[in-house]
Ligand binder design. Structure first.
Ligand code: GLC
Ligand code: CA
Length: 549
């Protein structure tokens, strides 16, 4: 007898990530806003998604575009008002779309009232909401580095102490050891849940159990205690989707977060595949992707979580380069390769996430000068690497491949000025390819990437096999071809994807015969499984299986 697993709404849905600053401006100030999102809900409903993950919309001085929060219970003025937020939740709900908010509680902004009070007065109750250690101007507490470059310790002259910040110095880390702080956070989460949001994406949540004195940052000893406590205090009894951003998760660790019995999170974002095109620890040190490695890593995640966990599936987010430019071909085979990534990801087991613009095949947006760069991470890297003697060309090569602005250029809605994103001056340059690549053009072309995403989302709704089916990697293909089966209640589907711009040959006749083509990015309505594959060809077929397989 198999184990009976309770099925949850978020296992069969598809989530769409919105980076509000770049999605749709409604008042001509060049900055996307909540009213802009409301205007585009019909578009998202047409795509078929069931939830929106909203990158932070809270009050923030925008040192890290909203990931530095100065008031968790207020909306950023540039984005609108709390009434706009309530309207967004209600309008989304009418269209059966849940709103998932970003929860950034590893750190706050240095402009948060808590930090302002903490800094002012060593004896303030807020002092211990943050992490302070003694030191001298010459000697900081230890050599832990900030993820955004430089030391993680910032000296505060007035008190002669350092505070800890794993990101920018305007993002002081919160001290999760402090129980009063934890209660404040749970209270804040409950206020949002009571408003009708359906869950949280938890920013760098694997860092909250840090023990800086012992050099522990990720996966600290109390991390899971905190998450279980948080679950009891906020999520318990509510039907939420929670997804943790966990850069350091292995499959074993992912089960600790997402095993339903442990009552922590629904799932986590794991990043093992994301690191495959870098040398060592620095994302800026580029290496070519090994396709075999990609297959093996993703397959490991598919097989190892079993019933004790649940996968999230993604190629893109606001921190990552555009997938079609990264591992596809954004020139000759842009449409084919973008569809391939949709077909591959959405036929795996887990909850798929689409990042805004991915569904129309938006590409990276290379720059030729440092002055065009907005992102704090890239800017810090530039000063750091210039100091270390890297050339301007080397630095730009890394930024054009991996910089976060690539994903943050405004959403391309149509071919009018600024891609229909704003009537004013956009806060970040629009990708010059918007005249060809935009939503309007995609909607008008029945063979566009958009309709491949729409169909994959629809298939997931109609076929339990895509949600629940067992995954099996097909090994009898060239390294450059990614192929797997999904099997559920006696039915098997086969996904095949040629990950290269050259033809490949496959012979999978031992797997059976094709009963039906489910989807193909070359619009083939018949496909053989003994065949030559076109560049970036991808398809899913239903099989009539051979008895042996
Ligand atoms: C996460 C966010 C990223 C942000 C960082 C600090 O990695 O996705 O955008 O800069 O946390 O909050
Ligand atoms: Ca605006």
């Amino acid at each position: 007898m198999g184990i009976v697993v309770e099925k949850r709404w978020w296992q069969s849905t598809v989530v769409y990530q919105i980076y509000p600053r770049s999605f749709q401006d409604s008042n001509g100030d060049g900055i996307g806003d909540l009213s802009g999102i409301i205007k585009r809900l019909d578009y998202l409903q047409n795509l078929g998604i069931g939830a929106i993950w909203l990158s932070p919309v809270y009050q923030s001085p925008n040192d890290d575009n909203g990931y530095d929060i100065s008031d968790y219970l207020a909306i950023m003025e540039e984005f609108g008002t709390m009434d706009d937020m309530d309207l967004l939740i209600a309008e989304a709900k009418k269209r059966d779309i849940a709103i998932i908010m970003d929860l950034v509680v590893n750190h706050s902004s240095d402009e948060h009232r808590w930090f302002v009070e903490a800094k002012k007065d060593k004896n303030s109750p807020y002092r211990d909401y943050y992490i302070w250690r003694d030191g001298t101007p010459e000697q900081c507490p230890n050599d832990i580095g900030s993820i955004f470059g430089g030391s993680a310790w910032e000296y505060d002259e007035a008190s002669g102490q350092y505070y800890f910040h794993l990101f920018s110095k305007k993002q002081p880390d919160l001290n999760w050891e402090n129980e009063v702080l934890r209660k404040e956070i749970y209270h804040m989460m409950n206020s949002w849940l009571d408003k009708g949001i359906a869950g949280f994406r938890m920013d760098v949540i694997d860092l909250i159990g840090k023990v800086p004195d012992e050099h522990i940052t990720g996966n600290g000893p109390k991390l899971h205690d905190y998450l279980q406590e948080m679950h009891q205090a906020t999520l318990k009894g509510r039907d939420t989707l929670t997804v943790g951003e966990t850069w350091g998760a292995t499959t074993e660790v992912a089960k600790l977060y997402s095993d339903p019995k442990r009552e922590e999170l629904s799932m986590v974002f794991q990043f093992e595949h994301i690191g495959l095109d870098q040398k060592g620890f620095e994302k800026w040190d580029l290496k070519e992707l090994d396709l075999l490695e990609l297959k093996l890593v993703l397959s490991k995640w598919q097989s190892e979580l079993g019933n004790e966990g649940w996968n999230s599936l993604f190629w893109n987010n606001h921190d990552l380069p555009r997938i079609v430019s990264r591992w596809g071909d954004d020139k000759t085979f842009r449409v084919e390769s973008a569809k391939l990534f949709a077909i591959l990801l959405h036929s795996m087991k887990g909850t798929p996430y689409i990042y805004q613009g991915e569904e129309i095949g938006m590409t990276n947006c290379p720059v030729t000068d440092f002055s065009e760069i907005d992102d704090i991470e890239s800017k810090n890297m530039i000063s750091d690497r210039l100091e270390k003697g890297y050339t301007k060309e080397e630095i730009l090569t890394s930024i054009n491949a991996k910089g976060r602005d690539n994903a943050r250029t405004p959403m391309q809605w149509d071919d009018t000025a600024n891609a229909g994103f704003t009537t004013g001056t956009p806060w970040l340059h629009v990708n010059p390819n918007y005249k060809e690549i935009n939503v309007q053009a995609a909607l008008n072309d029945k063979n566009s990437i958009f309709y491949t995403y729409q169909k994959m989302i629809q298939l997931r709704k109609e076929h339990d096999l895509l949600v629940w089916g067992e995954y099996h990697l097909v090994e009898e293909v060239p390294d450059e071809v990614f192929a797997f089966t999904r099997t559920y209640q006696g039915e098997t589907w086969l996904t095949v994807a040629n990950m290269t711009g050259v033809s490949q040959t496959i012979d999978l006749q031992e797997y059976g015969k094709v009963a039906e083509v489910i989807i193909s990015n070359y619009n083939f309505d018949t496909v053989s499984i003994v065949k030559g594959l076109e560049p970036y060809e991808a398809f899913i077929v239903k099989l009539i299986k051979n008895k042996s397989k």
